[in-house]
Ligand binder design. Sequence first.
Ligand code: LLP
Length: 429
Amino acid sequence: MVKKVFQFLQPLTNKDGHLLFDGVAARELAKEFDTPLYVISESRIRHNYKRLSEELTRNYDKIHIYYAAKANSNLSVLKILETEGAHLDAVSPGEVFLALKAGFSPERILFTGTSVRNDELRFIADCKVPVNIDSFSELERLLKHVVPKILSVRVNPKIGGGHHDHCITAGPQTKFGLWEDETLKTYAKAKNAGVERFGIQMHIGSGILNLEPIILAFDNLLSMAKKIRDKLGITFEFIDMGGGLGVPYKPEENELDLCTFSNRILSLFKRRIVEYNLGTPFFCLEPGRYLVSDASILLTSVTTVKVTPFKKFIGVDAGFNTLIRPSMYGSYHHVLVANKVTSQEKEIYDVVGPICESGDFLARDRLLPKIEEGDLLAILNVGAYGFAMSSQYNSRPRAAEVLIKNKKCLLVRKRETFDSLVFNQQMVE
Ligand code: LLP
């Protein structure tokens, strides 16, 4: 019998104690492609995009969803979102390159960089990709190269939020965005230089499940838009609230109520654009995690069971080189034993990887079915900032990525090999 494992993690089902992901048995995937393996569900990405898009367009018809490619920039993932009609938020020339390759036209991309080099700015401008400015100097340097047709500015809306300090990107402590005086100065300079079309943007942080900071910050952004309109006569083509929508990682956490989110943010938006005489700009947002996180799992094999006088360790073949979030942010990723999903016999384990540091763990003090060497674990919700943040640390080639498309399993990124470790190196004798 096939049963859902979690209500909120749709592609996961259980068939006689074995885990299926988007209808495909985890152990078959591991057998065919080996581990560690990132497995991505195309249908889940499409579903996530559609439900967000539908909820938003129910309230306002000029909506652009910019997928934040940093969450997962696999070309096939970009292509899926491209065909859904998404726009794309890029933070580096590399992301612009990948987005163009996946078929996004330049006007569907917005480049939001920080500490941007001149040659990078020139590359972005030459690609005709609109720039979202993160410092006055960035604008000055861009203008030396070209007067762009359209320009946006990243505003610091004074309020930040996020699941970890490292992921709060607005408010007094962060390097991101411009404060009021600089914002006005930047728009004035751009207008004087001949820029004719404008947007305005914020991004307050990542992994936000409580809407309050987003709503308060967005209201601040809207009043900044009014000030700019009043002082400089600029009308905005788009107003962009950034990304940050959180997802539940623990089974007991509630998912964001999309309907409430859409109602609250868009009723504020619609009220203010009338009150502040802002015309009818596009409402934009830049979700990364929300679109791809639950669309991927990481399969990893148990190599070692090790019991010390203090702890039981489960050694697996994925470490923080493969998934760094637990070690970097203390993030929780739910773990299932893919071949023992319904097992009742439980033990408390630390799940650790093959990296030679004590910070190399995927889960700590986790109650799991009794584990033996050769078992297969599934680490959930790894579609966002999973593979994207992986490395070759300890000279371990990066994992492979497989896409499930209509029940077919397609290798969308080959496993790296030892050759990948020497690629670009030159040995000097
Ligand atoms: N827009 C901008 C300008 C951003 O910097 C980001 C994320 C996003 C949108 C998308 O945020 P999201 O919707 O995915 O929350 N590595 C961290 C997350 C860092 C996010 C950085 N910026 C993690 O694993 O939690």
